[in-house]
Write a protein that binds this ligand. Sequence first.
Ligand SMILES: *[C@@H]1O[C@H](CO)[C@@H](O)[C@H](O)[C@H]1NC(C)=O
Ligand SMILES: *[C@@H]1O[C@H](CO)[C@@H](O)[C@H](O)[C@H]1NC(C)=O
Ligand SMILES: *[C@@H]1O[C@H](CO)[C@@H](O)[C@H](O)[C@H]1NC(C)=O
Ligand SMILES: *[C@@H]1O[C@H](CO)[C@@H](O)[C@H](O)[C@H]1NC(C)=O
Ligand SMILES: *[C@@H]1O[C@H](CO)[C@@H](O)[C@H](O)[C@H]1NC(C)=O
Ligand SMILES: *[C@@H]1O[C@H](CO)[C@@H](O)[C@H](O)[C@H]1NC(C)=O
Ligand SMILES: *[C@@H]1O[C@H](CO)[C@@H](O)[C@H](O)[C@H]1NC(C)=O
Length: 408
Amino acid sequence: MSTRIHATGTPPHASIMSPKFHGFLQLQPIILSFLFLFLISTPSFNITCAPTHTDLDTWISWHLQNYKNKSLQYSNTKPESVTQRASSTGVDWRLRMAEMNRIEISVSQDGAADFKTITEAIHTIPLYNNRRVLIRINSGVYREKVNIPRTMRFITFVGNASDPPTITGNDTASTVSGRDGTPLRTFQSATVAVDADYFMAINIKFENTAPHVVGTVGGQAVALRISGTKAAFYNCSFYGSQDTLYDHKGLHYFSNCFIQGSVDFIFGYGTSLYENCYLKSVSKKVASVTAQKRSNSSISSGFSFKNCTVTGSGSIYLGRAWGDYSRVIFSYTFMDKIVLPQGWSDWGKQSRDQKVFYGEYKCSGPGANLTGRVPWARALTDQEAMPFIGTYYVDGDTWLIDPSLYQL
Ligand SMILES: *[C@@H]1O[C@H](CO)[C@@H](O)[C@H](O)[C@H]1NC(C)=O
Ligand SMILES: *[C@@H]1O[C@H](CO)[C@@H](O)[C@H](O)[C@H]1NC(C)=O
Ligand SMILES: *[C@@H]1O[C@H](CO)[C@@H](O)[C@H](O)[C@H]1NC(C)=O
Ligand SMILES: *[C@@H]1O[C@H](CO)[C@@H](O)[C@H](O)[C@H]1NC(C)=O
Ligand SMILES: *[C@@H]1O[C@H](CO)[C@@H](O)[C@H](O)[C@H]1NC(C)=O
Ligand SMILES: *[C@@H]1O[C@H](CO)[C@@H](O)[C@H](O)[C@H]1NC(C)=O
Ligand SMILES: *[C@@H]1O[C@H](CO)[C@@H](O)[C@H](O)[C@H]1NC(C)=O
């Protein structure tokens, strides 16, 4: 079970850096090798005698069952992304260890929790982190620029479902930073920037309030940048205008999220599945929902939207090609009339028309009419769509955690 850290008695910093924490780190190689041997020698994973952790057992068996189901289901279709990675499949042991040693800390602006700001809480976590740290963030508006460094893995932000906390900022690409007097650029404009792997967020509102002024440059204003791999977002919202969600790189999963923006509001070269998400354009003119940057046909990058809704204002393309091999798929998605009949844009480079992969599958609504689409858009067959329309697209069966594990 997780170790709860209470504010009372010990200073928060001392409690997270407790001897227990350090002791665990020393023991870890031994435990790890034990566990690893144990796991590779027990194919059925019936871990009743293993290090006991009921939730974890449930999670592991859920994953195995899920993986077996998927393998059976898709063994005949052999989609490129699945077969390529089949050899590396199995539940991720590093993640399993992190979950078994989970701790919780809390943040509340009224001083009733361990910390008053998210930044303070993050500063107490070891830079080279090996445990799941669940940060419970109480409702409120946090005006903070949050950065999770590359080695600080396994961080989870959890907010209140009925009143999610907002993390807000208003930096843009052209904001001049105090430190060296140069503009931040898009990359550093993010209100929340995650460079670490295994990040999760549940019920959090990420925001960048900088307005998009039509015709100006340097207005990119990112609400969240996710650059680590194996990251998942559940019931989160992303509010911004130009370049709201920087889906930079790595395997990502977005479930039941709300994403609002005007220009290229989901962009980057992540390999990502967006399931049951609501994409809202606030554009006043012609814009694009995505700017996907896959630059090479041999890399797995691409955005897949499944059972989403595309709506809002302006006239929008579903995607425009930022990279030569830009790849975006919409399946089972409702498209409002704001979607332009052409559907997709090559960003003025015709050389990209034969290289990009822009597919649609079983979409509905007035914007989903394929009649006026650019000739290089694809109406996918069942077989072609299959590789993109499950969590296996992001290798999820090895690392996605059922959020109910955290007993929210
Ligand atoms: C796997 O398939 C079985 C039988 O079809 C089903 O009962 C079970 O719920 C499935 N498990 C998962 C995790 O999808
Ligand atoms: C979540 O927010 C609602 C509405 O503000 C509040 O009634 C409830 O107590 C909160 N839950 C927790 C666990 O803080
Ligand atoms: C950004 O937010 C700060 C703090 O609230 C405010 O002082 C500033 O005017 C805002 N800048 C812009 C461009 O909105
Ligand atoms: C997300 O919200 C849905 C309702 O929209 C709820 O059923 C689900 O449990 C929530 N998921 C999490 C992880 O809180
Ligand atoms: C599709 O998304 C809607 C809205 O998010 C959700 O209510 C519904 O359960 C989803 N359907 C499936 C099959 O996941
Ligand atoms: C794609 O990437 C691979 C490996 O990095 C490289 O060998 C190949 O030349 C690249 N192809 C193109 C068209 O850039
Ligand atoms: C799709 O668009 C074409 C041309 O605008 C139109 O003739 C056709 O009726 C539309 N189909 C549907 C199903 O709305």
